[in-house]
Design a protein around this ligand. Structure first.
Ligand SMILES: C[S@@+](CC[C@H](N)C(=O)[O-])C[C@H]1O[C@@H](n2cnc3c(N)ncnc32)[C@H](O)[C@@H]1O
Length: 149
């Protein structure tokens, strides 16, 4: 997923789903600014403390629902989503720079990893491969339940 983003040395990257902080650390080695959001407070706090202890001053971790992205720090050159929503969250599309890339697993039982690039006129989507991620919880799940009660 990291490779698919074709990161550049000055990119600002948003990650949804901090989890253990491992992916954030990889990103932190490659780009100067990483913003990562985790919905489970204990996980987010643990990874925040760990990454700080390891000296990753360029990674900010926030506890919250990544569905809404991180508007204060947008736009992003790249967004990596590591939990699967049923559909691509509109706020994440909005927070992508023109020319920016997003890699995201999408779907419920059948999921596909999708690479999206924002262009001057819209978004180009490419199916990368079938995958199976944990579901994106929070607003993504509430929205799906409202649409398919
Ligand atoms: C596959 S794990 C992430 C792995 C992580 N990137 C790593 O390197 O360890 C998916 C993570 O997404 C989190 N998650 C699920 N829904 C979320 C949401 N709406 N916002 C933020 N994080 C979410 C889960 O709690 C879980 O920690």
């Amino acid at each position: 997923m990291t490779q698919a983003l074709k990161l550049q040395p000055n990119d600002r990257v948003l990650e949804i789903g901090t989890g253990s902080g491992y992916q954030a650390a990889i990103l932190g080695e490659l780009v100067p600014e990483v913003y990562s959001i985790e919905i489970v407070p204990q996980l987010g706090q643990r990874s925040k403390t760990l990454l700080a202890r390891l000296g990753y001053e360029n990674i900010q971790v926030r506890i919250g629902d990544g569905y809404k992205g991180w508007p204060d720090k947008a736009p992003f050159d790249a967004i990596i989503v590591t939990a699967a929503p049923p559909r691509v969250p509109q706020p994440l599309l909005d927070q992508l720079k023109v020319g920016g890339r997003m890699i995201i697993p999408v779907g419920e039982i059948h999921q596909g990893l999708i690479l999206i690039q924002r262009t001057a006129t819209g978004y180009e989507r490419r199916n990368v491969l079938p995958v199976r991620f944990v579901p994106m919880t929070g607003e993504a799940q509430k929205k799906a339940n409202r649409e398919n009660p």
